[in-house]
Structures are given as C-alpha cells and as structure tokens.
Write a protein that binds this ligand. Structure first.
Ligand SMILES: Nc1ncnc2c1ncn2[C@@H]1O[C@H](COP(=O)(O)OP(=O)(O)OP(=O)(O)O)[C@@H](O)[C@H]1O
Ligand SMILES: N[C@@H](CCO)C(=O)O
Length: 291
C-alpha cells in the first residue's frame, strides 16, 4: 500500500493562462493505492458524492492506465470538485506519485507531469499541465509546451471559494478566441512581472503581475459578486485579485499580516452578493508528499 497527500493548486494567476500554476498548503487530497488485477475506485470526502467512481470517468483511472498500474484506489477529497483549486489535478498528481511508488516505476516528478495530465484530459478534454505541475513539483511552475520550470516560492494568498459550481469545460467555452496586440503586450508585461515577483517572494509584484484583460473578465462574468469581492480584497490589503484556475474560487496575494483581514473581506463581499463562501488562508507551498 502507498499513501500520498497532494495539494490544491491555482492555475493561470491571471496573466499565465494555461501556463502558470502554484501549489497551495491547503486544502489537500489523500490517495491510498493497493495492487489489484483491475482498477477500482472508492471516494470519500468533500464533494465525493458528485464524482464518478467509474475508472473511465475518474481522473485517477486514466493515470493508472497511463502507468499500466492497476490498483484499488481510495481517494479522500479535501479539494472540492469544480472549485478552480485544482481538485481533479490533486487526485491525478497523488495517484501518479502513489502508483509510481507502488509499482517501482522509478519515474521522476517531472516525468510524472504528462502522466498526471492524462487525468485532466478526462474532465476538460485537454491534457493541460498547469495544475498537475505544481501539484507534483510544488512552488510556482511554468508549464510550456512539453516542458515545466519550477521555482520555490512562499507568497501568502487567500483563496476564497464560493458555493457556486463552474466546470472547467464551461469556463473554457467563454475564453475569447483572439486578442488585440495591445492586450497581448499588456499580458506579457504582467506575466514577466509576476514571474520576477515569485522569484523574489514579493507579494506586491505578484499581485501587480496578475492583471490581465482577455480571459479573466470573461470568466469573472460566471462568478456572482466577483467585482465586489475584488474591490473588497484590494481595500483590505490584497496586492492583486484574479480568478483561480477556471473559477469560481477567487485568488488574492497579500502581505502576511493582511491575510486574515483580506479573507474576511472576501467572505463578507460574497455574502452581500447572496453567495456563501469559504476563505482558505494559504501560501505557495510544496508538492505531493509520499508517506
Ligand atoms: N478524482 C477526482 N477529483 C475531482 N474531480 C474529479 C475526479 N475525477 C473526475 N472528476 C471530475 O472532474 C470535474 C472537476 O474538475 P474541474 O477541472 O472541472 O475542477 P477543478 O479541478 O476544481 O478546477 P480547476 O482545474 O479549474 O482548478 C468534476 O466533473 C468531477 O466529477
Ligand atoms: N488553465 C486551465 C486550468 C483549469 O483546469 C483553465 O483555466 O481552463
């Protein structure tokens, strides 16, 4: 038997659509695997009643298939599905690390990235790696083409998760298919600023570098109360605000001492919009851990 804990992640960070990601120190999924003749899946935890246990439909089934590692897989969900906090990626990454150890495949974390990304293809139709890369490697990651660059970072963050479901598939459908050159130039400037901010552990630069004008505004429309939550977070000390992954979670970096205040302000603003929410006071952290 092998047991792995894998973290929630936040992809995009505004300016790095389908490229940037960070691992968060909470919430987490825990996956246990035992060798078996065929793959079976057992789910418990947050939102598990909405996740299919059929290996053809659960992300970990695709990971077991890609590693040729049939197993009985128990998943205890801490990351709510359809949250924008990399719920499917947490399970995929944990299963990849656990099955790699169970069957002594000897693959590195980098080599497990495309394997865990096969799980993402099950839910969104595309094997994008911007959530599984940080879930496996930790820190701030840049997933570009087939390559991944990872940098350790420790930026304080608030991830506020409203009681709204937004599927990645639906959120991808609203992404504009083109952008003006002016917006492209703006995004490049933001992305570069954000990357430097991560390398310097500077929340001000990270917040500034989240600003993006093409994908984020389209997705914000799917999140009731987004504009008010954004304003409230900035007033409370957040250095920037963006949609986490495909949403509906909203992500705000801030200096450490402001984190509690920012979290409360975001929850209150969602409540004023008639939406219940939960704020995770978190930070950029390490990747999946094998017990
Ligand atoms: N092990 C799993 N854990 C979570 N979701 C799963 C799993 N297996 C299949 N799914 C399905 O994946 C979908 C959730 O994935 P989705 O990518 O939409 O959300 P997310 O991972 O929280 O978001 P994001 O990638 O934007 O951070 C749900 O439809 C769920 O049923
Ligand atoms: N980059 C992906 C992350 C969600 O899985 C998106 O925003 O659609």
């Amino acid at each position: 038997m092998q047991t792995v804990r894998a973290p929630a992640t936040s992809a995009n960070l505004g300016s790095g659509f389908d490229v940037f990601g960070v691992a968060l120190d909470r919430p987490t999924d825990v996956v246990r695997v035992e060798k078996a003749d065929r793959t079976t899946i057992e789910m418990t935890g947050v939102g598990s009643q909405y996740i299919p246990e059929d290996p053809e439909k659960n992300v970990v089934g695709a990971v077991a298939e890609a590693l040729d590692a049939p197993a009985h897989i128990q998943i205890d969900k801490g990351v709510r599905p359809s949250s924008g906090l990399g719920s499917s990626a947490a399970s995929s990454a944990a299963a990849a690390v656990a099955l790699n150890a169970l069957y002594d495949r000897g693959l590195s974390r980098e080599e497990l990235v495309p394997i865990a990304a096969e799980g993402e293809a099950v839910v969104s139709g595309e094997a994008h790696a911007d959530n599984v890369a940080p879930a496996l490697l930790g820190g701030f990651t840049i997933a570009r083409g087939g390559s991944v660059t990872a940098v350790d970072a420790s930026i304080p963050l608030v991830a506020c998760l409203p009681e709204i479901a937004v599927s990645t598939r639906d959120a991808r459908a609203v992404v504009p298919t083109s952008a003006s050159m002016e917006d492209v130039v703006h995004t490049v400037g933001s992305a570069a600023t954000l990357a430097v901010g991560m390398c310097r552990d500077d929340p001000a630069l990270v917040g500034l570098g989240m600003d993006e004008r093409v994908v984020t505004p389209a997705r914000a429309e799917l999140i009731t109360g987004y504009d008010a939550v954004r304003e409230a977070a900035l007033d409370a000390g957040a250095t920037g605000v963006t949609v986490s992954g495909a949403g509906p979670a909203v992500l705000a970096p801030c200096p450490d001492p402001d984190r509690r205040h920012v979290a409360a302000a975001m929850v209150d603003a969602f409540a004023d919009a008639g939406v219940e929410s939960r704020a995770y006071q978190t930070r950029v952290s390490g990747g999946a851990t094998l017990y």
